[in-house]
Ligand binder design. Structure first.
Ligand code: C2E
Ligand code: CA
Ligand code: CA
Length: 687
C-alpha cells in the first residue's frame, strides 16, 4: 500500500497502457527474431544455390580448359608422331640429318617418360624404329608459353589457377607459370580452395582448376545480403517507432489519468479516485470501516492573514501527516479546498477515537510564524460504514453532515454522524416549507412578560415573546427555533408576524376600553439590512391604527458593533416616527458605555448576566451603578432584565434602576392574562 493508499486496482488504469506498450515491445522483439531467422534461412538458401551454380560454372570452365589443353597436347604429339613416321623409312644417318634440320633432339633409344618439364619447356618423347633397325628416342620441345597463351584469356586476372598434373601425380604446368614449390599432391579442397578436376584426353593426366573461395563471393550476393540487413533494420526501426508512439500514447494517458484522479498540489488522490477505490474496498470488507473528513478551521482566515503560499504549506503538511495514519487497507485523499478524507478500518470504536486524537495531535504540530498566537484547529466529521448497501457517496455526505453540525455546535472537534443528526439536518432542508406552513396555520403565538417600575411598583408595559406550538414536538421556546430561522433568513417574517399579533392585541384591548401601555417586540439583526425596514414597520402599525408611542423595538447590543453609523440612522428614523427604541441584552457582550452617547435610544435593558452575582460581586456592582447613572444623565430609561430574586431587586432599586422585568415579578404571561393586568391598575408592592 502506498502512503496515499492507492490500491492495485486503482493503479491498473495507469498500468494498462504501460502493459500494452510492454506487450507490443515484446511482440516486436519476437517478430524481429522471427524475421531475422527467416532472413538467415533465406540467405543460406540463396548462398547455397549460388554456390551450386558457381560449382557448375567452375566445373564447366575446368572441362573447357582440359579440352583446350588436350587439343594442344594432341597437336604437339602429332608433330612428334609425324617425325616418327617419317624416320621409319630412313636409315640412321639420313634420319639424324633430317632431325637436325628440324631442330629435333634425339637420343639412343631408352626408357624416357612421354612428357617431362624442363624449365619453361615441355618435352614430348617418342620412340622411332628406323628402316635399318636402329631405335632412337625423339624429343619435341614446346614452350610453356604456348599453354599459357591458350588459357590466358580465361584465367588472367581471375581468382583461378589451372594445373596440368600427370597421371602419376607430378605437376607439369600451371597457368601462372610459377611452379613455386607447389606440390600437386597436396592440392585438396579446404576453406579457401576449391578444386575442379577434368581428365585430359589420351591419358595425359588431368587438368585441375583451383578457385579461390574467399574471392569467389559474388558481388550480387553481397548486395543481396546488405539489402536484406537493410530490410531487417527498417523493420526494427519501424517497430521501435511503433513502441515510441505507444509510449507517447501511454504517457498521454497517464497525464490524463493524473488530471482526473490526482490532486495537483498535494499529489494525493482526489475525490473521484477516492470514491472509486473506496467502492472496491467496501465490496468485501474484512473489518469495520469509517469515513472521516478532516477540515482545517479558519483556513480562509489563515490564507488571508499569512498568504496563499503559507496556506499551501499547511495543506502539504496535512497531506504528509494524514497518509501515515491510514490503515493498511484504508485510503486517503484531498476532498476539496481545506478538506481531507480518510477511509480507515477499525475493530473498536475506542481505537478509532484514539486514532483520531493522534491524527489531530500530529497535525497541530504545524508551526505558525513565531509572532502569531494562531493555533491550528482541526475538525473531524466521522461516519461509520454500517449499512452494506449504502453508496460511498452517502457516507461522505454523512461525514460532511457531522462536520457541519460540529461547526454549528461550536463545541468539540470531532463528531460521529448519527441518525438524530440526520433528522435535524433533514428538517433544516425542509425548514422553509415547514415554517411557512406553521405561520399560516397559526402555530406561532406570543406571551407577554410584564415590566414594572421600581419606584411605583406599577405595570409600565410588557415584552412580546414568541412561542411555537409545534404539531408533533409540542411547545417550542425561541432558543429552539430562532437561531435556525435566523440562519435561513426566515426571522424577518416571524418578527413582522409577532408585530402583527401585537397590533391586533392593541386593537382588541382598545375595543375593550383597556388602558394601553407600550409593548416591546424583539427585532432580528437581519432587519437592518432591509432597505424599506422602517417603512414596512410604519405601514403595518398604521394599518391597525396603533399609536406609535405604544410600540417599542428591542435591538440587541451585538448589532451595535457592526455598523454604528447605519444603526444610528435607523434608530433616529424609528424615533422620529415616534417609536420607542431599546438596547437589549446590554452587558451580555462587548458593551461599551461610550456607545450610549453615540446612539439615540429610549431604554437600556441590562442583561441578566450583568447582575446575577451582584450581591456578591463588588466590582459588578460598581459597573452597574455607573451604567444606571449614565443612563439617567442621558435621559435613558434603565430596565433590569431577568431579575429572579428579592435581593437582586432590592439592590437594583437602591442603585436607582428605573424598571424591572423578571421571574421574580412575573413569568411571561398568556396575552389574556396580561390583558387582565392592564385593567387591574392597582400598583403592586414587591419589596
Ligand atoms: P430576550 O429578548 O432577552 O428575552 C428575555 C428572555 O428572558 C425571555 O426568554 C424570557 O422568558 C427570559 N426571562 C425573563 N425573565 C427571566 C428570569 O427572571 N430568569 C430567566 N432565566 N429568564 C428570564 P425567551 O422567551 O425564551 O426568549 C429568548 C430570546 O428569544 C429573547 O431574549 C429574544 O432574544 C428572542 N426572542 C423572543 N421572541 C422573539 C421575537 O419575536 N423575535 C425575535 N427576533 N427574537 C425573539
Ligand atoms: Ca428582548
Ligand atoms: Ca434581553
Amino acid at each position: 500500500m502506498e502512503k496515499s493508499g492507492w490500491s492495485a486496482e486503482g493503479r491498473q488504469d495507469s498500468r494498462r497502457s504501460g502493459q500494452l506498450t510492454i506487450r507490443v515491445f515484446l511482440l516486436s522483439l519476437f517478430l524481429v527474431f522471427i524475421l531475422s531467422l527467416f532472413f538467415h534461412q533465406f540467405n543460406r538458401k540463396l548462398e547455397q544455390s549460388l554456390w551450386e551454380e558457381k560449382q557448375a560454372q567452375y566445373q564447366y570452365l575446368a572441362d573447357q580448359s582440359a579440352q583446350l589443353v588436350s587439343q594442344q597436347i594432341n597437336e604437339d604429339q602429332r608433330v612428334l608422331q609425324s617425325l616418327v613416321e617419317e624416320t621409319a623409312s630412313l636409315t640412321k644417318g639420313s634420319a639424324v640429318a633430317m632431325l637436325n634440320e628440324y631442330d629435333v633432339r634425339w637420343e639412343k633409344a631408352g626408357d624416357y617418360p612421354s612428357i617431362t618439364r624442363s624449365g619453361d619447356h615441355l618435352q614430348y618423347a617418342a620412340k622411332a624404329e628406323l628402316a635399318d633397325g636402329t631405335c632412337l628416342t625423339l624429343f619435341h620441345t614446346v614452350s610453356t608459353n604456348t599453354y599459357d597463351a591458350l588459357l590466358g584469356t580465361l584465367f588472367t586476372g581471375k581468382p583461378f589457377t589451372g594445373y596440368w598434373i600427370k597421371p602419376e601425380g607430378t605437376l607439369l604446368w600451371q597457368t601462372d607459370g610459377s611452379l613455386d614449390g607447389l606440390d600437386a599432391l597436396s592440392l585438396a579442397s579446404d576453406e579457401t580452395m576449391q578444386l575442379f578436376t577434368s581428365k585430359l584426353d589420351g591419358g595425359w593426366g588431368q587438368f585441375v582448376l583451383v578457385a579461390n573461395r574467399g574471392l569467389s563471393e559474388s558481388v550480387s550476393l553481397a548486395i543481396l545480403r546488405s539489402s536484406l540487413s537493410m530490410a531487417v533494420m527498417v523493420i526494427v526501426i519501424f517497430f521501435l517507432f511503433l513502441v515510441y508512439l505507444l509510449s507517447m500514447d501511454h504517457r498521454y494517458a497517464r497525464t490524463l489519468w493524473h488530471l482526473a484522479y490526482v490532486d495537483e498540489l498535494t499529489k494525493l488522490p482526489n475525490k473521484n479516485l477516492f470514491e472509486k477505490e473506496a467502492k472496491i474496498r467496501l465490496q468485501h470488507p474484512r473489518d469495520s470501516y469509517a469515513v472521516m473528513i478532516l477540515d482545517i478551521g479558519k483556513f480562509k482566515l489563515i490564507n488571508d492573514h499569512f498568504g496563499y503560499g503559507f496556506g499551501d504549506s499547511l495543506l502539504l503538511h496535512c497531506a504528509k501527516v494524514i497518509p501515515r495514519y491510514v490503515t493498511r487497507d484504508g485510503l486517503c485523499a484531498r476532498l476539496s479546498g481545506d478538506k481531507f478524507i480518510m477511509l480507515v478500518s477499525y475493530r473498536e470504536r475506542t481505537a478509532l477515537q484514539r486514532r483520531i486524537t493522534i491524527i489531530e495531535e500530529e497535525l497541530s504540530h504545524f508551526s505558525f510564524p513565531k509572532a502569531s498566537l494562531f493555533q491550528l484547529e482541526i475538525l473531524i466529521g466521522i461516519s461509520l460504514v454500517e449499512e452494506p448497501n449504502l453508496e460511498i457517496s452517502s457516507y461522505i455526505d454523512r461525514a460532511l453532515f457531522a462536520l457541519s453540525a460540529l461547526k454549528e455546535a461550536k463545541q468539540g472537534w470531532y463528531l460521529f454522524y448519527e441518525e438524530a443528526l440526520k433528522d435535524q439536518l433533514l428538517e433544516e432542508s425542509e425548514l422553509e416549507h415547514v415554517f411557512n406552513k406553521a405561520l399560516s396555520a397559526g402555530e406561532f403565538f406570543i406571551q407577554i412578560q410584564p415590566k414594572y417600575s421600581f419606584s411605583a411598583g406599577s405595570l409600565i408595559g410588557g415584552e412580546a415573546l414568541v412561542r411555537w406550538k409545534h404539531p408533533t414536538r409540542g411547545l417550542l421556546m425561541p432558543s429552539q427555533f430562532i437561531p435556525l430561522l435566523e440562519k435561513h433568513n426566515l426571522l424577518i417574517s416571524l418578527d413582522m408576524y409577532v408585530l402583527k399579533l401585537v397590533c391586533k392585541l392593541f386593537v382588541q384591548w382598545k375595543g375593550e376600553g383597556k388602558p394601553l401601555l407600550p409593548i416591546s417586540v424583539n427585532q432580528s439583526r437581519a432587519h437592518l439590512f432591509v432597505t424599506d425596514y422602517e417603512e414596512s414597520l410604519v405601514a403595518l402599525v398604521d394599518h391597525y391604527g396603533i399609536d406609535h408611542k405604544l410600540m417599542e423595538f428591542e435591538l440587541t447590543e451585538t448589532l451595535f458593533l457592526h455598523d454604528l453609523t447605519h444603526l444610528s440612522s435607523v434608530l433616529k428614523s424609528l424615533r422620529s416616527q415616534g417609536f420607542l427604541v431599546s438596547l437589549d441584552d446590554f452587558g451580555s457582550g462587548y458593551s461599551s458605555l461610550t456607545m450610549l452617547k453615540d446612539v439615540q435610544i429610549d431604554v437600556i435593558k441590562m442583561d441578566q448576566g450583568f447582575f446575577t452575582d451582584l450581591t456578591t460581586n463588588e466590582q459588578g456592582r460598581v459597573v452597574i451603578q455607573h451604567v444606571i447613572a449614565m443612563a439617567k444623565d442621558l435621559g435613558i430609561t434603565s430596565i433590569a432584565e431577568g431579575v429572579e430574586s428579592e435581593e437582586q431587586a432590592r439592590m437594583l432599586a437602591s442603585m436607582g434602576c428605573d424598571a424591572v422585568q423578571g421571574y421574580f415579578y412575573s413569568q411571561p404571561l398568556e396575552t389574556s392574562e396580561y390583558g387582565q393586568l392592564l385593567s387591574d391598575d392597582t400598583p403592586r408592592c414587591f419589596l
